[in-house]
Ligand binder design. Structure first.
Ligand code: SF4
Length: 361
């Protein structure tokens, strides 16, 4: 039965296919699209483009460098696993761990807090990354109370401002909006983007979800509409998770934020509010933060404008101006085992997924 519905959707998409560029902004969508070869089973006219949907890919090298500098000065860095292998200008957190510095992988901020409570003589720093999906749990932990020997590098990003930027200078016709982020923010924040003429469909992560949302974007284009539609109602509603957002904005405030490969985007990040600044690693360790910024100028990063190593085209990939196979380093100098750029590290990275699922076709 399910197979039948998928086949019907594929036929429908292909029957109505006209040149169309649909961008998703979610690493898990890229994984589904690559893993199940959705680009191959629908018409070539319907292009599925990958946007900046992978949090570790857009975390600026300055934040990674800061974490490494803190580790070198004797602090304990705690981080999610996929952040550990992303290269900054001074290598990755894994490289620093190989050099003997105390860097520990954690699954949540609660793991990091436990390390702090178990080791009151140590300075514990948590590397807080992620979109609207992870920020509420970090905010909730902060509200419950953090140990005195604990601080956070706040590198959270907000998705709607990035989508807004991508409508300005990319050739995108419509968007698949991220299911996870939308469970928190709801569908309302996408309205201003759709009102500019961009169809948006919020969707989940099964093949059926993705096919349905492609067909729905296509329908909007064909009928000359642009609105926000929800193909993921089993998890997402119009208003989102009010409680999670209340907690998030109790602790964090919006701030301009630097997206690796894209640049500064107004009000697209989160910073700790003044009443929590005693836990802000940038405040607590201001001397090291300032010194890291200075070191960056003498770093190995050659493409300063895009914050990337020479030859890495993650900036083009994150903005759908290129595909991973167009990078001269893809599968040669750059692989998941030895990533040159951030898009090759995480399960959510576009280069990683293309390497894993499309390279040998
Ligand atoms: Fe960057 Fe590697 Fe992707 Fe090329 S293949 S764009 S070097 S991450």
């Amino acid at each position: 039965m399910m197979q039948n519905i998928e086949q019907k959707l594929i036929s429908r998409i292909n029957e109505h296919a006209t040149p169309l560029r649909i961008m998703h902004v979610c690493g898990t969508h890229e994984r589904t699209i690559s893993k199940y070869a959705i680009r191959d089973i629908i018409s070539e006219d319907v292009q599925l483009l990958s946007g900046p949907g992978c949090p570790v890919c857009v975390t600026p090298s300055k934040d990674i460098d800061f974490a490494i500098a803190l580790a070198r000065s004797g602090k304990v860095i705690t981080s999610f696993g996929d952040m550990m292998r992303v290269p900054g200008t001074m290598g990755s957190l894994f490289d620093a761990r190989s050099d003997g510095y105390d860097i520990r992988m954690v699954y949540s901020i609660d793991d990091a807090i436990k390390i702090a409570k178990d080791n009151p003589a140590l300075d514990i720093v948590f590397f807080g990354i992620g979109f609207e999906t992870t920020a509420p749990s970090n905010a909730a932990a902060t509200l419950r109370g953090l140990p005195e020997n604990f601080s956070i590098i706040t590198s959270h990003k907000l998705m709607p401002p990035a989508m807004e930027i991508l409508t300005q200078d990319t050739n995108v016709d419509g968007f698949l909006a991220p299911g996870h982020v939308s469970t928190i923010i709801g569908t309302d924040p996408y309205d201003p983007i759709s009102e500019k003429g961009f169809p948006i469909v919020v969707t989940g992560f099964e093949v059926l979800d993705v096919l349905l949302s492609i067909a729905m974007v296509q329908d909007q284009i064909i009928s000359g509409r642009s609105c926000v539609e929800n193909a993921y109602p089993r998890c997402v509603n119009v208003e989102g998770n009010l409680k999670a957002r209340e907690i998030m904005y109790h602790v964090f405030k919006k701030t301009d934020s630097n997206w690796r490969g894209i640049g500064m985007i107004e009000n697209s990040g989160l910073a700790l509010k003044k009443e929590f600044e005693q836990f802000d690693a940038v405040n607590v360790h201001a001397d090291i933060y300032d010194k890291t910024s200075h070191e960056k100028r003498a770093s190995e990063i050659e493409d300063h404008e895009n914050d990337l190593y020479e030859g890495c085209i993650c900036a083009e990939i994150l903005t759908a101006r290129a595909e991973p196979s167009q990078c001269p380093l893809f599968g040669r100098r750059c692989s998941p085992e030895d990533p040159v750029g951030p898009c090759m590290v995480s399960l959510e990275g576009t280069c990683y997924n293309w390497y894993k699922y499309t390279r040998n076709k």
